[in-house]
Design a protein around this ligand. Structure first.
Ligand code: FES
Length: 180
């Protein structure tokens, strides 16, 4: 770079996102639970996963940026660390979830025994074009998941935390029809 060259014109810079105000965490109803969790672990950092589960349940199925920042402050962790963990594990949601959460296993055994058809059926019934979305009626969040530990009974799904094995597209349709 020539040090005598005239300074470049400043480029348009996108405005910064407003800073997130951390939610007060834990809320009164979660205080005892969170304290119990912390007592089980040698460090606050080690308790992050179960605390995030509690935060997600409290947040109605997802962890908002404010809640995320509140958890970071509670556990004395950097927001970047908490964000990295939150976005690494697929069981956490960083966007509003549907009233029901449907996981379709996409790992090898399930994939070879019908997971693509289940996935297509789930998306169609949920009214979504891709996994990770919530349909317009807000009923289902459909997610791809890695092995659910039911390979010998593939294909497998989880619906609202309950595992179902040997699932057919017709069976999946019935399960989904039973969800309000
Ligand atoms: S591969 Fe689907 S449950 Fe293991």
């Amino acid at each position: 770079m020539n040090p005598r060259a005239p300074a470049a014109e400043p480029k348009d810079v996108a405005p910064r996102a407003p800073a997130v105000v951390p939610a007060s965490f834990p809320p009164a109803e979660l205080k005892a639970t969170c304290e119990k969790i912390l007592a089980r672990y040698p460090t606050k950092m080690a308790a992050l996963l179960p605390i995030l589960h509690e935060a997600q349940a409290f947040g109605g199925g997802w962890v908002s940026p404010e809640l995320e920042a509140g958890v970071a402050a509670y556990l004395d962790l950097s927001p970047a660390h908490v964000h990295g963990v939150l976005t690494f594990y697929s069981m956490y949601n960083t966007k509003p979830a549907g009233r029901h959460e449907l996981w379709v296993c996409r790992t090898l055994s399930c994939w070879r025994r019908g997971a693509p058809e289940l996935r297509a059926k789930a998306l169609d019934k949920a009214g979504c074009t891709r996994t990770g979305e919530v349909g317009e009626d807000g009923r289902f969040l459909v997610k791809d998941m890695e092995c659910l530990g039911l390979c010998e009974q593939a294909p497998a799904i989880w619906l609202d935390g309950v595992a179902h094995a040997n699932v057919t597209p017709e069976g999946l349709e019935q399960l989904m029809d039973g969800c309000e």
